[in-house]
Write a protein that binds this ligand. Structure first.
Ligand SMILES: Cc1cc2nc3c(=O)[nH]c(=O)nc-3n(C[C@H](O)[C@H](O)[C@H](O)COP(=O)(O)OP(=O)(O)OC[C@H]3O[C@@H](n4cnc5c(N)ncnc54)[C@H](O)[C@@H]3O)c2cc1C
Length: 340
């Protein structure tokens, strides 16, 4: 699949997405071998034989998360096709290697001890094609920004809410990413996954995905590889001001120049996590370089060299205080993976 639809339209916030797209975190030299790695020499050789340059060993995950935090993955594999993803799953099953899917790492906190087994990144699953008059078939690694641009160029509406939301479509579907203008569940027709236990493809319709606020029932032992989205005809000239306003609003409110993963906690029903945290006078509270952003209390950010342990300690502190003052237990929006 190939889009051929990117017409260079520039919108407020594009520079961030362009930087994320261009990011090639490949290190100049391979990382040092991690003594905690669960991979044998044979495992390493088999993965390298299957994936060539698309696998890196002992790869620091801080290079792959917007928080810039995280210890080494035993292997980070980035298969370039659905078939290669299935073959990788088969190899991991045969060798008893754990598999952990990730997207663009924009909602991910990786613990300092890293991730045992194989982290499967979707960055190289980049197919994007029109499907009939109003549909798009999108592979998991395509960025939300690219989907938005493609829809605009085709005079198709429904994804304006993605303005300024980073990440991949695969991660977005797991999270049901969205803003006050809408969420991915509103435009999703089907989601295709690879079942990691046997490499089989599974196709679910929208109802079977059971999307909820910032989540879905897509099983954790499946990897999203593609989705069919259903959009609605809408002139681009009508959509552009809506998207620009959304992006400008975000730009004005969001912390700048610090590593982050957006909102740390989900909003409790009928409330805003940020309001509850701010009312506890926690803005600016820090553990090491992990800080409750003075600009937005629901953004717990990395001001430089924060470790996962610092951020997790800050999260625990904020949760305890909000529970004490408001009687509300905040639920994490950011996903935590890996070991201490
Ligand atoms: C500056 C900033 C602003 C943000 N604003 C918003 C916002 O307005 N609204 C919003 O909803 N979110 C927002 N976020 C959070 C984030 O952008 C979304 O949650 C996004 O959808 C995550 O996508 P990702 O590809 O980065 O997923 P990742 O962070 O890589 O992964 C998220 C979860 O999905 C799983 N996963 C990822 N890809 C796959 C796959 N292909 N198959 C199976 N599992 C997978 C991972 O294991 C993990 O559990 C923001 C983040 C940042 C940094």
């Amino acid at each position: 699949m190939n889009s051929g639809l990117d017409d260079g339209l520039v919108l407020v916030g594009d520079e961030l997405e362009a930087a994320a797209e261009a990011r090639d975190p490949a290190p100049a030299a391979p990382a040092a071998r991690n003594p905690r790695s669960a991979l044998t020499d044979d495992d390493r050789a088999a993965l390298a034989a299957l994936l060539g340059d698309a696998v890196r060993f002992d790869e620091p995950m801080r290079r792959h998360t917007t928080l810039k935090i995280g210890g080494p993955a035993d292997a980070l594999a980035e298969p370039a096709s659905v078939e290669a993803t299935r073959a990788l799953a088969a190899l991991c099953v045969a060798r008893g290697l754990a598999m952990t899917p990730i997207g663009a790492g924009s909602n991910l906190l990786v613990r300092d001890g890293g991730v045992r087994g194989v982290v499967i990144g979707t960055r190289a699953l980049r197919g994007l094609a029109r499907l009939g008059a109003t549909g798009l078939r999108v592979e998991a690694g395509v960025s939300t920004g690219k989907v938005l641009k493609t829809a605009l160029a085709a005079d198709l509406g429904g994804v304006e809410f993605l303005g300024g939301v980073p990440g991949s479509i695969g991660g977005g579907l797991i999270m049901n990413a969205g803003t006050y203008l809408g969420e991915l569940k509103d435009v999703t027709r089907t989601v295709t996954t690879v079942r990691l236990a046997d490499g089989e493809l599974v196709v679910r319709d929208n109802a079977a995905c059971r999307f909820v606020y910032r989540g879905s029932a897509l099983p954790p032992d499946e990897l999203v590889v593609a989705a069919d989205l259903e959009l609605t005809p809408r002139p681009r000239a009508e959509m552009e001001p809506v998207i620009k306003a959304l992006r400008q609003r975000r730009h004005d409110r969001e912390p700048k120049k610090v590593s982050n993963s957006g909102s740390t906690f989900k909003n409790p029903p009928g409330e805003f996590a940020g309001r509850l945290i701010e009312a506890c006078e926690l803005k600016g509270t820090r553990v090491g370089d992990a800080v409750v952003s003075p600009a937005h209390a629901n953004w717990l950010v990395n001001e430089g060299a924060a470790r996962a342990a610092d951020l997790l300690a800050l999260i625990a502190q904020v949760r305890a205080r909000v529970a004490e003052v408001h009687g509300v237990t905040l639920e994490l929006e950011v996903k935590v993976i890996g070991e201490d």
